[in-house]
Design a protein around this ligand. Structure first.
Ligand code: PRP
Length: 179
């Protein structure tokens, strides 16, 4: 599996440092607030596990499954809610946890939905930001690393459901998806 990666963008150690630093900042920023972390499955799972353990607050964690890629390498812009939250967001400070913001179609749509449902605030903590991919104007509140316009996998990010279990983030060899 690792042979399919042509360049490592974030090592395990760098990811740990990001989770630690971002977690401290979120702890400070939300210390007097009621915080609900919302993970967008499936890509959020490793970062949710690492980031949440670096936030020293009594918080809630909930998950939604939304999808926009449908197995390809380009976002379709067509967001589907495959599994909804199991708790109300009404009056709560929501921090969405993501592996990546690319076109921003997912985060803009989910933010609008949660505001519509009565969330007091909705922000995002994302491991990766790919501003070159944007189709909507959106600036994430917490960004681990800004990356170039390349197709990346690992640490939750997949290509056709594979590579999520890589412990680092890397650029996938185009040979894998250009047939
Ligand atoms: C990925 C990623 C984000 C979204 C970002 O999820 O986890 O949720 O795409 O892309 P965007 O900014 O272009 O909307 P995906 O829909 O592939 O589902 P997954 O998390 O199950 O891999």
């Amino acid at each position: 599996m690792k042979n399919d990666i042509i360049e490592i963008l974030l090592t395990e150690q760098e990811i740990n440092e990001i989770a630690n630093k971002m977690g401290k900042q979120i702890t400070e920023d939300y210390k007097d607030k009621d915080l609900l972390l919302v993970g967008l499955l499936k890509g959020c799972v490793p970062f949710m596990a690492d980031l949440s353990r670096n936030i020293d607050l009594k918080l809630d964690i909930a998950y939604m499954a939304v999808s926009s890629y449908h197995g390809g390498i380009n976002s379709s812009g067509d967001i589907k809610i495959k599994m909804d939250l199991d708790m109300s967001v009404k009056g709560r400070n929501v921090l969405i946890v993501e592996d990546i913001v690319d076109t921003a179609n997912t985060i803009v749509t989910v933010t609008e939905l949660l505001i519509h449902r009565g969330a007091k605030s909705v922000k995002i903590a994302t491991l990766l930001d790919k501003p070159a991919g944007r189709q909507k104007v959106y600036v994430p509140a917490y960004i681990g690393k800004t990356i170039p316009k390349a197709f990346v996998v690992g640490y939750g990010l997949d290509y056709d459901e594979k590579y999520r279990n890589l412990p680092f983030v890397g650029i996938l060899d185009p040979k894998v998806y250009i047939k």
